[in-house]
Every structure is written in C-alpha cells, then in structure tokens.
Design a protein around this ligand. Structure first.
Ligand SMILES: [Zn+2]
Ligand SMILES: [Zn+2]
Length: 838
C-alpha cells in the first residue's frame, strides 16, 4: 500500500481554489423576490460581527468565523440558500493613531490590513460570499452612512447641543460613555478621561428606550446579553420634581423613584460633573474647595463612587434650594456619590429612607427626618421599650408621618401617587420614567471617520448636504494630530464651500462620526452591496433580513448591539425597513486565552492564526478551536491539544485514503453493507449514532461534542478495521467526512471525494437510520470448550447461524479454534456461543 500522508498544505489550497474558481459560496438575490416575500424560511442569513481591520486577524477572529462557518455550512446542507458575507469596520482610531506615529495615511494602512485579512480568511477556507465584501471607509459605503444620518436629522433624531462630554486628553477626542471603562479611563488608550463642555452631535436613542427594552422579549439572545441591555437602558418609574435655587433663580429638576419621601428631603446634592456646580459655588467662601473637590472626583471611577459602603465625601456649595412640597430651604452640596448619568445629575437627599443619603447626613451632621413609619416589627423583643420605631434608614413601605396633614397616615404607595398628582397641579413636578440610557453622542473630533454631511451657512444656519452631493468625501490632509478640534478643520479648501440653499459662503462640519454609526447598518448593506442608487432595495432586504444567526463577542452586548437595534427601529419608523429587530438569534463566543490569561502583546502570549495555519493547516486550527471546549465559554489554548486534533485529522484522512484504495473506483452513494453483522454492525450503528449526535449538537452549538463524536466513530473504525467489509468503512468514513465538513471543510471535501467522487458540500445533511439507532445490540459471549475466549457485539435479530459465524470470526476464538475440529456448536441466542473442539 502506498504511503498516504495527510498534507494540509496540499489539500487546503486545492479546495480553496475550487471554491474561488466556482464562486461556490456566492448567492444571488433572486429576481422577483417581491412576489415570494414571506419565503424567507428557505433563505438563511448567517453573520459574524464585522472585524476591525488592524494589523492581522487574531485568534478571536478565527474562533468567531469557525463558529459562524459551521452554522453557515450546516444551514446550506439543510437545503437553505445561505447569505454569509463579510466586510470591515475600517474607520477608527487605531489606524489614525498609527498614522500620527508613522505618517502613513490611514487609508493605506487599513487597505494593507484588509488585504491581509482577506488572504488569511481565504486560507482558513471560510465560506464567504466575497462578491459582497465591503469596507466602511469606502465612499460607496459611507455615502449611505451619510444618507442615513440625514434621514435621522430630518426626523429630528440627530441633533446638536452643548454638553458635558467625556474627553480623552491623549486621543484629543470626545468619547461615548460606553467608551469609558469603569475606572474612568479611555477604553482605547487608557488615559484618564476629563469632562468638557462642547457642542456635539447626538442621536436620540432615548426616544427608543421603551421599545429597545420591550422588544428584547421577541429575540433569541442569550439571557445574560438581554440582562446587560436591560440594565444599560435602566428603566425606573417615579417623578420629576423641581427644586428652585432662589438666589440664582434657577430651577433644578430631579428624578426620584420615591416622591412619597419628599417631605423628608433635608439637603440637595449635585454630581461633580453637573455643569452648574462651579457657577453655584462662584463667589462663595468655599469656591476653591469646590473646585478642588470636583477635579478630584472626576478622576474616580463611577463604580467606586457608587459604592454604598464607601465613606461619603462632599463639599457645601453655599447655596440652597426650595423644596416644592413644604417650601423648606435645604442646603446644596456637591458629592461624588451622585452620578451625572443618573436622572438629571442632581438629587433630593432623604437621609431617613436612603442608605447613601443617610451615610452622608451622618458624616456631615445634617438633619434626618423620618417620614415613613413601617409596620411594627415582628422580631422577638422588638416591642421592648414601647413604640420603638424601626432603625433608620428605613427603605421599606409604611405610612406617611411628619409630612403634611393631607398625606400623613396614608400608605406610602398611595401617597406617592397623591403627591405626584399634587406636584402636577402645582406645576412643581410630574410622573416620569427615567432611563439610564443617554442619547448617543456621535461626533468625534478626529479625521478617520465618516464626515458628518452638514454645512453651516451664515444666512441659513445649519444646512444638510443635498442627497445628490453625497458622499461628502473625506479629504486628504497632512497632519492627523488632533488639537482639540478635528484635523479636518485645517483642510481649508474642503471646509469652505457654498451653501446649497442661498449660494453664499458656508463651512462644512469638521467632526466625523463615531465608528459605531458605520457598524449600525452594515448588515443591511450586504443584502444589496453593489447598489449605487440606494442603500438597499426593499426586495433585497425582504429576501435576507433579519439576520437569522448573528455571532460575535459578548463585549458588544451593549454598544454595537444596542445601536444596531436602534438604527433598525428608527429606519423602520422612517419607512425604510419593515422589521423591528436586526438579529433574531445571537451567539456569543467565549475568549481564547493562553496560560489562563487574555492574549496580549505585552504578555507575550499571543498565538497568531497565521503561524498555526502554517504549521498544522486551517482544518486543524478550526477544529481545535471548536473542540477545546463549549464555544460560548472561554478556553485556554494548548499546543498539545492542537497536535492531538492534527493527529486525529491525519488518521481519519489516511484511513479514508486506504479505504478508497481498497474499494477501487468510488461509488457515488454511501450505502453500507446489506444486513451488517458483527463488527460491521457495530460500526454501522456507531456511524448512525454519530449522524444523530452531530446534527443535534450543531443545533445547540455544541461543536466540541460533535467533533468528539466523529473521533469516537474513527476510533471504532480503527479498532475493528480488519474485521470490516470495505462497504462499512466507506460508509463510516464518508459519514465522518460529511459530519466533519462544517468544522474542517478541506480535509472533509478531500475524503468525501476519494470515497464517493462527490462534493460533500453538495450533499444534503445525512439522516440517521432510525432502525440503526435502536440499541438492540448485545454482547455475545464466545466460548471454546466452555471457557470464555472473546466477546462480540451481536444484533438481537441475528439468526443462530449468523451468531455462530460471528463467533468464529472473533480473533481470540480463532486463536483457539484454528487447526482444530469443531465437533459441536452450542448457540444460545441473546447469550453465548460455545464451540466444543478437539
Ligand atoms: Zn484615549
Ligand atoms: Zn445659505
């Protein structure tokens, strides 16, 4: 037998060429899809979150796309037309920062990175429809990003206002709240974030808070991702109440979930970021102290600041506000336990009924007034000393006391409603729902992003760029260094333009868009990627959207996934889409770690996909990364594990090659032997078991156990190979190839072709034979002269004659029978066969 050597470096390019030459993974938008709207079920849209092209693809990309590709292949072989595109989230800071360091234009470094991604993805054999490839930095793409921005602008969903913004002093740009980590550092560069007041563009995502919350129930996403979104939206019911600072004549609305405790408010606290803090302190004795405190507080993390256990700090502002319910003037403080993100950035403090307010009042010697009396305690000894009130702070329900004759004695929940009604009548407040979600700050004072298509005309004011003048192309500039304004401001020729309304002089908006805008709609563009007349045709969306299976990292649970949902809903409201949710099902894959920690250059524990593929091939890399553990969990990389998977693929391929040779010319169908017995039966049953198992595992993303099932099948084939008919081996190994194809497409294609002459990806997904799944196999004891010499698997329907034959073939029986005469054969079906020999 010739030497069969498994060489992925020969096998893999060969199949990749076939797929490229034949455009195997491309799908068309079928003509007349309109007429068959509603037949989406035959189509499937499988999508991984688009990568950010920086340098080379990393191991996380390999994992995401190994998962997605397995799903895409499985769906195809279930008979669906599968859209499986990819592209690049090409704008953003890393390319720009690289440009600042090296002077290389971000377009150049991004294009190089994209080329590298494209090469590597092809070398991994990922089944992408490359005809739909896009990059968000291409004018043919961002033209439509700008169009969407203008659609939102016209609908009042994009607006400009001055705001306290998080500013990264190192990157010299504004950051979204979501881009600041829990310790108050810039997510990108790690610098401590500052607060500045600047005119900024916002998208009104808060208008969609209720729908973003409610519609979570309609999608199949992991529960922890939904919970993260719910917490981020942070809905709470209560009231907005206005406290007035009479000295300065300013109204301060606060949001409270407990308007029933209004009469217990004894002081008022503002967040250090509140834009009015310095204005209030100005000219007071404590002005410098306030300034120092604010600067200090801004460098603390929200997490620290929100910690209820932490000793409370703050500074008196030297001002007071009037409590609208009782006219009391209560002192104002600035304190870091109040967060700007919550409500209005100011609170009424009710120390008797709130833990943190209580701690602050104790620390600062402020009055504490009980206004809710809970029911008498049931605890033993609670009645001692007579009418002992509960300890403060008391946060439970009860009846109002020390409030106002109209409300005292009322149950607090009832009083809550009554007080809100009273506030409403007095014009001092109203019922309100508060969301933690803020409007999305989308302007960036940076170069490498989609230009915001707005002009400023002296006469006409803010003017949207007319649609026929899109895209507003990003001009080339010499200096990318940020100077507190967008580097684009220096491109005078570009900035100065004419107003489309009056023909007068106008200036372009020089801020660019947050890259999360680019990625909030790219999944729509894939459906109609080369359309140069519109962002998409309705018919194309009807054919593919919404995405059936979305795959990506849990780190996008809030930002990208929230923004994409918001865009979908807003575009649906504007009549551009007819669905409400972009991603029906979501799978979040776990991280790949090395030596127990996240891979990073600084730790020197990075495993590059390119080097692994060069060493063992893409099939091994893909199979390993899916085999190492449940793909939704983190998994630690092990080179030994990689080698183990490589050996498995090698053994499988060699046995297939030998079997193909033994079988002679390949037969197109995998039939297996008729009426298998003995070892053949064992292996046929194992093959059907694997078919059943892998299908089920694929449906629940248990790729690791699916691959393990194919390993078990191979082990059974290897163990019994000398006793098997070639038809059995052909069936078992052909099935193994068929089942392994979603994970290791090259070697599987190769094996399947050797065994059948067919292309495995054109075959329907195999079905297990029900009859072969029944576990009516038993262990037949083989005796020679009454001594147990072997055991074999027998089917319960085997005839006594078959059982005798099975036993005669058992290796250890043969050893004791050969050269002797069998004088008697005792067959006890279901139990044993005994040969009496002489
Ligand atoms: Zn930064
Ligand atoms: Zn004008």
């Amino acid at each position: 037998m010739p030497d069969h050597r498994y060489d992925p470096h020969v096998i893999e390019p060969r199949w990749q060429e076939v797929w490229a030459r034949e455009h195997t993974w491309e799908v068309t938008n079928e003509a007349g899809a309109d007429a068959r709207a509603g037949q989406h079920g035959e189509n499937s849209y499988v999508l991984e979150m688009l990568p950010y092209p920086s340098g080379e693809p990393h191991i996380g990309h390999l994992k995401t796309y190994s998962v997605g590709d397995a799903i895409a292949h499985y769906h195809r072989r279930l008979g669906r037309r599968v859209l499986h595109p990819m592209g690049y989230d090409a704008f953003g800071l890393p390319a720009e920062n690289h440009a600042i360091r090296t002077g290389v234009h971000p377009r150049v470094s991004t294009a190089e990175s994209i080329a590298s991604f494209g090469r590597q993805f092809r070398s991994w054999g990922i089944s992408i429809d490359w005809s739909r490839e896009l990059a968000t930095d291409e004018p043919s793409y961002y033209r439509w990003t700008q169009w969407i921005f203008l659609e939102l602008f016209r609908a009042g969903l994009a607006y400009r206002k001055e705001a306290a913004v998080k500013w990264c002093p190192k990157d010299q740009t504004v950051l979204a709240n979501e881009q600041v980590d829990a310790e108050g550092h810039c997510e990108r560069c790690g610098a401590l974030v500052e607060v500045r007041q600047l005119e900024q563009w916002f998208l009104r995502i808060t208008d969609y808070a209720e729908r973003l919350l409610g519609d979570l129930d309609a999608i199949q996403w992991p529960e922890h991702v939904k919970t993260m979104q719910r917490n981020w939206i942070g809905r709470s019911e209560g009231a907005e109440v206005t406290f007035r600072c009479e000295e300065l004549g300013i109204d301060y609305p606060v949001f409270t979930t407990r308007p029933d405790t209004l009469f217990g408010a004894t002081f008022f606290v503002m967040a250090p970021e509140h834009p009015d803090v310095m204005r209030l302190a100005q000219g007071t004795a404590g002005e410098q102290q306030v300034r120092d405190y604010v600067n200090h507080a801004l460098n603390e993390s929200n997490e620290e600041r929100g910690n209820a256990e932490r000793p409370k700090t703050g500074v008196a502002l030297g001002r007071s506000v009037r409590n609208p319910v009782n006219g009391e003037r209560i002192p104002m403080y600035v304190a870091d336990y109040v967060l700007m993100e919550y409500g209005t950035g100011a609170i009424m403090a009710v120390p008797a009924h709130d833990e943190r307010d209580h701690a602050f009042a104790v620390a600062f010697g402020l009055p504490i007034r009980r206004v809710i009396q809970g029911p008498p305690s049931q605890a033993p000894g609670a009645q001692e000393g007579g009418e002992q009130a509960q300890e403060l702070p008391y946060t439970g329900d009860g009846v109002l006391v020390n409030s106002h004759p109209d409300f005292d004695g009322m149950a607090n929940r009832e009083a809550l409603t009554a007080i809100v009604r009273w506030l409403d009548r007095e014009g001092a407040g109203h019922a309100s729902v508060n969301y933690r979600l803020r409007d999305w700050l989308v302007s960036r004072q940076r170069y490498w992003g989609t230009p915001i298509p707005i002009l400023y005309c002296e006469r006409c004011g803010m003017v949207p760029v007319p649609e026929d003048q899109l895209p507003v192309e990003l001009p080339d500039i010499d200096d990318y260094t940020p100077k507190g304004r967008s580097p684009l401001a220096a491109a005078e020729d570009w900035v100065n333009t004419t107003c489309p309304d009056c023909g007068g002089a106008a200036r372009r908006e020089t801020d660019t868009m947050d890259t999360f805008v680019d990625s909030s709609w790219y999944f729509l563009r894939y459906c109609d990627a080369s359309n140069d007349r519109a962002a998409w045709r309705a018919s194309a969306l009807r054919e593919w959207m919404p995405v059936d299976q979305y795959i990506g990292g849990v780190e996008h649970a809030i930002l990208h996934l929230m923004y994409a949902r918001f865009f979908t809903k807003a575009l649906a409201d504007l009549g551009h889409l007819d669905f409400q949710e972009p991603f029906m099902a979501l799978f979040t894959q776990g991280m790949v770690t090395k030596d127990g920690s996240k891979m990073s250059k600084s730790k020197g524990n990075v495993v590059s996909p390119a080097s692994i593929v060069a060493r063992v091939g893409a099939d091994t890399a893909r199979c390993y990364i899916l085999f190492v553990g449940p793909p939704d969990q983190d998994a630690d990389w092990s080179d030994e594990g990689v080698d183990g998977v490589h050996r498995f693929l090698g053994r499988l391929w060699r046995l297939a090659a030998e079997t193909a040779e033994r079988a002679g010319s390949p037969a197109p169908e995998l039939l297996g032997p008729e009426n298998p017995q003995g070892a053949d039966l064992v292996v046929m049953r194992k093959a059907h078991w694997a078919i059943e198992k892998v299908g089920g595992d694929l449906r629940r993303f248990a790729f690791n156990t699916a691959i393990a099932a194919v390993m078990e099948l191979l082990n059974e084939c290897s163990r019994l190979r000398d006793q098997l008919h070639v038809e059995t081996l052909r069936f078992a190994l052909g099935s193994a190839a068929s089942l392994l194809f979603p994970f290791a497409p090259h070697v599987s294609s190769d094996m399947y072709e050797m065994l059948t002459g067919q292309r495995v990806w054109e075959q329907p997904w195999p079905h297990a034979d029900e009859a072969m799944l029944e576990s009516d196999v038993y262990e037949l004891v083989c005796q020679v002269n009454g001594k147990v010499r072997d055991r074999v698997q027998a089917g319960s329907d085997a005839t006594p004659q078959m059982l005798g034959e099975l036993c005669r073939q058992a290796p250890n029986v043969r050893a004791h029978v050969d050269g002797k005469e069998i004088v008697k054969e005792i067959v006890v079906p279901g139990k044993l066969v005994n040969f009496v020999v002489r």
